[in-house]
Design a binder for this molecule. Structure first.
Ligand code: SF4
Length: 454
């Protein structure tokens, strides 16, 4: 008899409250793999609440009180979790409820933290941890479970040497049956979007970055042809022209070793090809994705024609500015300058592309003065449509930064549920956790008061 799988995608409670119902692209991609293996499956979107309860999202509405009974009704043989680094606590809350509802099921997780601290996760009841390549490893696990020859419990990490993601199956239509990924605009309008797992890895290799540490520092793109084919497929049932390209970096630099500001040739080639295909097919499609400010300023200076093609495709961009102080930025080992940031902002503003601007506050070189510089940049230089996100620098387990701090006794917290970009978990030369938290909260208060009252 064929086994049944359940994928539980834990959404960020904070983001859902703000109207961003954004499933993880890797979770979406996993459903294509499960379908490809031929295993029947279901998907649950879960929200962990502060009182310890777990809600479920159905038809984009939060439904309390049915999580455990739904799990029992589905009664899966294997339960799959995938987690972004900062969702550790939320995933752990959901996992506890799921394990008590399904005591006989096999539990599996894919996350950088689980890979870094496998004993913690195996002791917490997980049977399998997926390492890279996640999709190959998942295929292997499900195939073996389906044939009643389950692998030995522990980490499954089957490498994949292929340089593209074109072999990946499309995200399953079933992934979108209970939820349409949703973006709420400031005026209350709702935008629905599809999801495409457009590439894997980032050449940036930043020491604090959980994403490149987990997904790798070699950029493996899905080709323009494969992306367009999936856009056409998702358009058949999603009725949208907006797609979240779940790349951790849509357009990375070519070389990580020398921090060379040269855009990856495969990324340039993909932009050109995407532009051609979308035009030839008269396909109405725009993207939400993540790009670095130095990439935009570099293209503006050296390849304005490529930049124009890229801008045409973008509806919103996530940009990691991290800081507006040169010393802090170079402390993060980034070759970005304030001029590059200003250039990127002006290009995006001229093209009416709103920015979700993320900043990493509280890194080792941060001071009260550098924080003020960043705050002034947000208040004075970013367009009014920008959404700023101030994350506290977190040495996520598995990153080089974590290993360095652990080695020299710099970590203050053992409890990994506090490693969520909202807490200062390492010894800082200037700030305490409370001081930094208070500063961020008062900044948000000032920002939103000024934005909404003029
Ligand atoms: S450039 Fe961004 S995505 Fe790439 S490694 Fe650095 S922080 Fe991570």
């Amino acid at each position: 008899m064929k086994r049944k799988a359940l994928l539980i995608d834990v959404l960020s409670t904070l983001r859902v409250e703000k109207g961003l119902i954004g499933p993880l692209p890797a979770a979406a991609q996993m459903t294509g793999i499960i379908e490809d293996v031929g295993m029947p499956f279901d998907v649950i979107f879960a929200i962990a609440q502060e009182d310890g309860t777990v809600d479920t999202i159905i038809d984009n509405r939060i439904i309390p009180g049915i999580f455990e009974s739904t799990l029992k009704d589905i009664s899966p043989d294997i339960v799959l979790f995938i987690s972004d680094a900062e969702l550790v606590k939320l995933v752990s809350d959901v996992q506890t409820k799921a394990m008590s509802a399904l005591p006989d099921a096999v539990f599996c997780i894919s996350s950088i933290i689980a890979n870094a601290l496998p004993d913690l996760y195996l002791d917490a009841g997980f049977d399998y941890i997926l390492g890279q390549d996640v999709f190959m490893s998942l295929t292997e696990l499900l195939t073996k479970i389906n044939t009643d020859t389950p692998p030995e419990k522990g980490i499954i990490a089957i490498p994949d040497s292929r340089e593209t993601l074109d072999h990946l199956p499309f995200v399953s239509k079933k992934f979108f049956e209970k939820l349409k990924p949703q973006w709420t605009l400031a005026n209350g309008d709702l935008l629905y979007y599809g999801i495409i797992f457009g590439s894997l890895g980032c050449t940036g290799a930043c020491s604090h970055c959980p994403n490149s540490n987990y997904w790798g520092t070699v950029w493996k793109p899905m080709s323009a042809e494969r992306i367009v084919a999936e856009i056409e497929y998702q358009k058949e049932f999603l009725n949208t022209s907006l797609f979240y390209m779940g790349d951790i970096n849509f357009c990375p630099n070519k070389n990580n070793a020398v921090k060379d500001l040269t855009v990856h040739p495969k990324a340039v080639e993909r932009i050109i090809r995407l532009d051609t295909l979308l035009t030839e097919k008269k396909l109405d499609a725009q993207f939400i994705t993540t790009i670095r400010p130095d990439t935009i300023s570099h293209l503006a200076e050296h390849s304005p024609d490529i930049l124009q093609k890229l801008l045409k495709m973008l509806r919103f961009v996530f940009i990691g500015f991290e800081s507006f102080n040169n010393c802090v930025i170079s402390g993060l080992n980034k070759n970005i300058t304030k001029d590059m940031m200003k250039k990127a902002v002006s290009v995006l503003e001229e093209n009416n592309i709103p920015i979700i601007a993320s900043f990493l506050v509280g890194s080792r070189y941060e001071t009260w003065e550098t924080l003020t510089e960043t705050e002034n940049f947000i208040m004075e230089e970013l367009p009014s449509s920008t959404i700023p996100l101030l994350n506290i620098m977190t040495p996520f387990p598995g990153t080089r930064l974590f290993n360095e701090l652990k080695q020299n006794g710099g970590l203050m917290e053992e409890d990994i549920s506090l490693y969520n970009a909202q807490n200062l978990v390492f010894k800082h030369p200037i700030f305490t956790h409370e001081q930094l938290k208070e500063r961020i909260e008062s900044f948000y208060m000032r920002f939103f008061t000024e934005r909404f009252t003029g």
